[in-house]
Design a binder for this molecule. Structure first.
Ligand SMILES: [Fe+2]
Ligand SMILES: [Fe+2]
Length: 144
C-alpha cells in the first residue's frame, strides 16, 4: 500500500533512522563515509539520537498516538507496544559509555531500532491507513 501523504514526514525520518540502526550492528558493511569503528559509531549514534530520534519519537508520542488512540483495537495494541519500545531503546541508549562503547550493546540497540521502525512501517502505518483512510488528512505532525 502506498504511504498516505500525512505519514510521509515520519516515513522519511524512518529512512534515516533505519540507516543509523543498521550502522550500529556488528556486521554492518562500510557505508558512504560513515564511521566503522565502535567509538565513531557511538559518536554518530549520539548525534542522531539527541537530534532526529528525539524529535521523531516526540512527534509520535505527543501528536500521532493521541490522534490514533481509541478507534481500533489492533492500532491501540501496536501503539502500546511501540511506546514501550521507545522506552526500552532509550534505556539501552542511556547505558552506553560513549568513551568506551560496548559493541554488543550498540548491536542490540541497532537491532531494536530496526525492528521498531519496521513494525511502525509494516504493521502500524499499514493498519492505520486501512482504518483511518482519508481521515488522516486531519493529522498535523508539525514536521515536513
Ligand atoms: Fe517510534
Ligand atoms: Fe517512528
Amino acid at each position: 500500500m502506498k504511504r498516505h501523504e500525512a505519514l510521509i514526514p515520519l516515513s522519511r525520518q524512518h529512512h534515516q533512522l533505519l540507516l543509523a540502526g543498521q550502522l550500529l550492528k556488528k556486521d554492518a558493511p562500510p557505508y558512504k563515509g560513515l564511521p566503522t569503528e565502535p567509538k565513531g559509531k557511538a559518536a554518530y549514534l549520539q548525534q542522531v539520537f539527541e537530534g532526529l530520534w528525539k524529535l521523531h519519537t516526540q512527534a509520535e508520542e505527543v501528536v500521532l498516538v493521541p490522534f490514533l488512540k481509541g478507534v481500533d483495537q489492533e492500532v491501540d495494541r501496536l501503539l502500546e507496544e511501540l511506546v514501550d519500545e521507545h522506552q526500552q531503546i532509550q534505556e539501552l541508549y542511556d547505558s552506553i559509555d560513549f568513551e568506551n562503547p560496548a559493541v554488543n550493546t550498540m548491536h542490540a540497540l541497532g537491532e531494536l531500532m530496526v525492528l521498531h521502525i519496521r513494525k511502525e512501517e509494516r504493521q502500524l502505518f499499514q493498519r492505520v491507513q486501512e482504518v483511518f483512510g482519508e481521515k488522516l488528512r486531519e493529522l498535523d505532525l508539525g514536521i515536513d
